[in-house]
Design a protein around this ligand. Structure first.
Ligand code: IPD
Ligand code: CA
Ligand code: CA
Length: 254
């Protein structure tokens, strides 16, 4: 590995300080629209610039793919970064947003970190080594009944004005579950599955930078990550993460 999980944590926590500088001064935060329903702020750009420089100084040979700055030339080994996942929440002064950093080496996710600076919750994973929240091992929930479960989802599909969107799916599943949540950060949603706080999460029309780190964390915590048909893998356009215990029950409703 180009850096250790501890070195990555130091960098990501420093990025959290950059984000909190803007978060603590929202009256002066410049908020722009990338599209009708997709926001970007000066904080997103500042955090991504910080991470790009800091990761390059640790591992200059690695490429970088950031939501705001795009992809550098070499993508064989790369950092996949969403500088602020949950920008709309961030801009409103809500606490549920995260910084997502994943390391992919020749197509294989090796490391992932998702940090929620306003909550001071740091999730991480290394392939084959497990997943952690604030350096304590985490594991998915033991819930086995969909009827007793709590699910979370998102509506990126509405941003794309998809006709086949998530509204009917959400209603189907909400009707047969105990708890339903829409937290506003797909990266953190995946970490909540890993930490057993939520039993399943799904969303359509995401991008790899939204889900790469969170999906590795969910897998390393013993969860399933598939598409809506149950095919194993990380499919940002159709991602379903579960605790495994409710996987067979929720799949037909996807
Ligand atoms: C968004 C969040 C949200 C999801 C959106 C994403 P962003 O990320 O992950 O939960 O529903 O589709 O775009 O745009 O704030 O980085
Ligand atoms: Ca995002
Ligand atoms: Ca983002």
């Amino acid at each position: 590995m180009p850096i250790t999980l501890d070195q990555l944590e130091t960098i990501v926590r420093q990025a959290g300080k950059v984000a909190m500088h803007y978060f603590n001064d929202l009256d002066h935060l410049a908020v722009n629209k990338k599209s009708a329903r997709d926001l970007v702020t000066d904080a997103d750009v500042a955090v991504e610039n910080f991470l790009k420089d800091a990761l390059a100084s640790q591992a200059p040979e690695y490429g970088f793919w950031g939501e705001e700055s795009g992809q550098t030339a070499d993508q064989r080994c790369r950092w996949i970064v969403d500088p602020i996942d949950g920008t709309h929440s961030f801009s409103k002064g809500q606490y549920f947003w995260g910084i997502s950093v994943a390391l992919e080496i020749e197509g294989q996710l090796e490391m992932g970190a998702v940090y929620a600076p306003a909550l001071d919750d740091y999730y991480s994973a290394q392939r084959g080594q497990g997943a952690w929240k604030n350096r304590r091992p985490i594991h998915v929930s033991s819930e086995t009944s969909l009827g007793s479960s709590m699910i979370s989802t998102g509506f990126a599909c509405l941003r794309s004005y998809l006709v086949e969107n998530n509204l009917a799916r959400f209603c189907r599943i909400a009707a047969v579950t105990t708890g339903q949540r829409r937290f506003g950060s797909a990266a953190l949603d995946l970490c909540l599955v890993a930490d057993g706080q939520v039993d399943a999460f799904w969303e359509q029309e995401l991008n790899l930078y939204d889900v790469a780190a969170g999906a590795l964390i969910a897998l390393e915590a013993g969860g399933t990550v598939t598409d809506f048909k149950g095919n194993p893998g990380i499919f940002p356009k159709q991602i379903l993460a579960t605790n495994g215990g409710i996987f067979e029950e929720i799949l037909p409703l996807m």
